[in-house]
Design a protein around this ligand. Structure first.
Ligand SMILES: *Cc1c(COP(=O)(O)O)cnc(C)c1O
Length: 419
């Protein structure tokens, strides 16, 4: 596509955009009375207008029915997680039996580690990306310590080659082969939160399996951003949150994928609670845990219905818009952003930055800024742009296909040029 840095060009792209009406389904935050340019959907997605009614439905049933809402509400709470299964399976590219929505992300990561990080003998190491999201680093650190290992010995962190900002798939595959018989688990993010790199999930999974290891992914920045096919890619487990690209509100519930071959294995060790127990005798209050078949058998607690109601409303929008169309528009938006950013860099000497996000990406562009990076960030913020700053000197921008427009990107470029 031949990009142009003009207002007419941006409005032409918006006019051709089949998804443009979805912007109207969201509240766009205002800054100084004007709609902001919101490029932080990778951190906290915006509120769908349909969320409030979904939440109020459950508040109303609670008001009118009290405990009876568990079985007699409009959406009976006892089954509430099931109302999210179809949407979660759609997002993950999974069979319904392979997904469940429960808890929060880091909590679920630990629960998956209980089942899928089972170090034994020589095979006790975890291979992961260096500079992973802090919660994931802490989770891995505490897991290896819990099993009696030292972090520096048991965790292999991969870093990019000198002078490069992201990992090459060939290097990841080679490292897996080199350490083959020591690795118990390969654990990567789907999209790296800092650089925006989208990892090659099927290639990493295959290499892990060839080496005899299991392979899991933290999909916090991938769910609702990339077209995932976790089942076909043969991934062992995946976890994600719902409040980033999935627009389901601060601290929203998390999704879990467990591949069918594990999901239907009741012998697989896990930490159990009553909500994962076989549904038809969950209220028998008997001894002896019998898991529900599928990922649902990893549930512990009863469903957080209020936050799930918002997630339910949001998932519906993804099914309506369609991941294929979202991904296509997202690619275009980000390619346009890259063009606009590079043009601005050429026209204004004060803009010293490097784009560190590779072509393999979802909806995010990270730029490494120069000495005046913080000043640039403050300039953008003052002009009603919501982007984020990540220490030591990266600005992350994420125009998302669900509610951002090509005009947002064009106007952003104008603000850059005026710095
Ligand atoms: C956002 C994010 C988290 C946050 O974890 P919570 O448990 O939801 O607070 C964890 N890991 C990654 C990779 C993330 O991007």
């Amino acid at each position: 596509m031949q990009w142009e840095n003009t207002e007419e060009f941006a409005s032409k792209l918006d006019a051709q955009d089949e998804l443009s009406s979805f912007r109207g389904e969201f509240y766009i935050p205002k800054v100084n009375g004007k709609e902001s340019i919101y490029f932080t959907g990778n951190s906290l997605g915006l509120q769908p207008k349909s969320a409030r009614a979904a939440l109020e439905q459950e508040m109303k049933d609670w008001e009118d029915l009290g405990v009876e809402g568990h079985f007699h509400g409009k959406n009976p709470w006892f089954y509430y997680h099931k109302f999210l299964t179809e949407g979660a399976a759609y997002i993950a590219g999974a069979k319904p039996i392979e997904v469940v929505v429960m808890n929060n992300l880091t909590v679920n990561l630990h629960f998956m580690m209980v089942s899928f990080y089972r170090p034994a003998g020589k095979r006790y190491k975890i291979l992961m990306e260096g500079g992973a999201f802090p919660s994931d680093m802490y989770a891995m650190e505490s897991q290896v310590k819990f099993h009696g290992y030292e972090y520096d010995d048991a965790v292999i962190e991969m870093t990019p080659r000198a002078g490069e900002h992201h990992l090459r798939t060939e290097d990841i595959v080679q490292t897996i082969h080199e350490h083959g018989d020591e690795i118990a688990l390969v654990m990567f993010s789907g999209v790296q939160y800092y650089t925006g790199q989208a990892f090659d999930i099927p290639a990493i999974t295959k290499a892990a399996h060839d080496a005899g290891a299991l392979c899991g992914f933290d999909l916090a920045h991938a769910a609702g951003n990339l077209q995932l096919k976790l089942h076909d890619w043969d991934v062992d487990f995946g976890v994600w949150c719902s409040y980033k690209y999935l627009n389901s509100g601060p601290g929203g519930v998390s999704g879990v994928f467990v591949h069918e071959r594990h999901a239907n294995n009741p012998e697989l060790p896990r930490f159990a609670g009553w909500w994962g127990h076989k549904e038809d005798d969950r209220f028998q209050m008997k001894r002896g845990y019998i898991p529900e078949p599928g990922a649902a058998g990893w549930q512990l607690s009863n469903a957080p219905v209020l936050s799930m109601s918002v997630h339910k409303a949001s998932l519906k929008l993804f099914q309506q818009a369609g991941m294929e169309r979202l991904v296509e528009k997202g690619r275009k938006l980000n390619a346009y952003l890259e063009f606009v950013v590079r043009e601005a860099g050429r026209s204004n000497d004060r803009l010293q930055f490097d784009i560190i996000t590779p072509e393999e990406r979802g909806c995010q562009l990270s730029v490494l800024t120069g000495a005046n990076g913080k000043e640039l960030f403050d300039h953008l913020t003052g002009e009603g742009v919501i982007v984020d700053w990540r220490e030591p000197n990266v600005i992350r921008m994420a125009p998302v296909p669900m509610y951002n427009s090509f005009m947002d990107v064009y106007q952003f470029g104008e603000l850059l040029r005026n710095f």
